[in-house]
Design a protein around this ligand. Structure first.
Ligand SMILES: [Zn+2]
Length: 250
């Protein structure tokens, strides 16, 4: 049986969904500097979601990807397509409300810009009695996975300064789709304190902090590091998914 909702008939979906969580991947179409594709976050979200489906075929089914999210701070750079935080929040709430009242749903997004909408939608839907889970990547998930796997020190120390199209995302894309990475064009962007950069971006967008659309430095990115990051995200998602599944279905 296909585990993709889009390929099922309505009748097959009814049977399959009665004992499974519907996983909705939420990406973004957003500039990722001169060297990474606009679909970077969508590609990463898709891979992490697929890892879950592959490992939990009796518990999960994947819905079609939502390719647009909140990327307002990047909208001045061509190619970015985005909606507001409120629009995405409402969209997610409406989408989940359209499913059967008892359907368990997990929304997965690798794009940090979607976090506010996703967590707000989660709170609203939970208060309405919906069986809903939201997953976004966290620095803690990476650090704990790095420690469990005894990853090299360089890996453990790289998270904080690397917010957008830097070493983290370049490593992941080298691991997932190396032909989509223009290694020759990769350059460092803003390297200041990330907390300060985030505040500046809230006011002036990416243009206020980085000329090339990068925050961090792609130098040092590698396939090995990308695979490690992906497995850390997948492990975190699966452990949270298992707890959710036990609570709402078993
Ligand atoms: Zn990204």
């Amino acid at each position: 049986m296909s585990l993709q909702l889009a390929k099922m008939t309505a009748r097959d979906a009814k049977t399959a969904l009665s004992s499974r969580v519907l996983v909705i991947p939420l990406g973004s179409t957003e500039q990722h500097g001169p060297h990474l594709p606009l679909a970077t976050d969508t590609t990463i979200t898709s891979k992490i979601t697929q890892s879950l489906i592959d490992l939990r075929p009796e518990q999960a089914i994947v819905a079609p990807m939502i390719p647009f999210g909140c990327s307002g701070e990047h909208s001045m750079i061509p190619g970015t397509l985005s909606v507001s935080t409120q629009a995405l929040e409402f969209y997610l709430v409406e989408l989940v409300r359209s499913s059967e009242a008892n359907q368990a749903i997990a929304i997965v997004s690798a794009h940090g810009g979607n976090a506010v909408s996703l967590l707000n939608a989660h709170r609203i839907l939970q208060s309405e009695g919906r069986k809903i889970m939201a997953w976004i990547p966290t620095v803690d998930a990476l650090i704990s996975a790095a420690e469990r796997h005894q990853a090299p020190l360089s890996f453990r120390g790289l998270w904080q300064p690397d917010l957008h199209a830097g070493r983290t995302e370049t490593s992941i894309m080298l691991a997932l789709d190396p032909t989509s990475v223009n290694v020759q064009a990769a350059r460092a962007g803003a390297l200041e304190d990330p907390a300060k950069l985030i505040e500046m971006m809230k006011v002036g967008g990416i243009g206020a902090v980085s000329k090339n659309g990068v925050i961090g430095d792609p130098a040092g990115a590698s396939v090995e590091e990308g695979l490690l990051i992906l497995s850390a995200f997948a492990e975190d998602l699966i452990s949270k998914f298992d707890k959710f599944y036990q609570k709402v279905i078993s």
